[in-house]
Design a protein around this ligand. Sequence first.
Ligand code: CTP
Ligand code: CA
Length: 226
Amino acid sequence: FFTNQAPKNLIGKTVVVTAGPTREKIDPVRFISNHSTGKMGYALAEEAKKQGAHVVLVSGPVELPAPAGLDVVKVESAEEMYNAVLKYYDSADVVIKTAAVADYRPKITYDHKVKKQAGDSSIELERTKDILLELGKRKRNQVLVGFAAETENVEEYAKKKLTAKNADMIVANNVKAEGAGFGTDTNIVTLFKRSGSVLDLPLMSKSEVAKRIIGEITFLLKDMDE
Ligand code: CTP
Ligand code: CA
């Protein structure tokens, strides 16, 4: 008979998804962050859950409700996200790094509200850890999926990230394109795989994009079993 059930391709697999932005504190009232809303990452976590996976969702600060039936680990900074992901890495079969991790953080975080002064000022920054890069270095048999949010030269930058981070797939989107990027319910992405294959997806809902990405990941998992 006819059924609408999603295929359960991820039974017995542990999938770690990171989502949302990170926040890098300047002082108790200010931070550095970005426009990520977490929608794409949450959609991926839900789809992985539907397909039977044990899902760990490592989430930066977002407005979205925590999806039922998954382990949600709330983090704020890139450093906290790094620690949370590393904790689950050895037991993970798949890691999907959807999060928009801040690349820089203030060198000093003040424990009091910084008062303004006459004239200009600047904040000294230092680099955060590149979580995906670290995961790529330590990769054993995990399928590692990164994202690339670009505003130009999407293909070139995505391919560079694929190699530099030792990922199995990079999901690239041009965040300037209409219907793609931050906060929208739709996205337009291109999947770049380590094998060299490139898959251009048309404009579709983020839940539909999530289905396609999880579909590709199940292929990658099967390839590894062979
Ligand atoms: N990423 C990460 N840790 C960081 C920065 C990025 O894990 N400190 C991950 C993101 O989660 C994403 C991928 O790396 O999966 C690409 O992120 P992106 O910001 O597009 O690329 P960067 O390598 O940070 O380079 P740039 O921002 O200069 O384009
Ligand atoms: Ca970045």
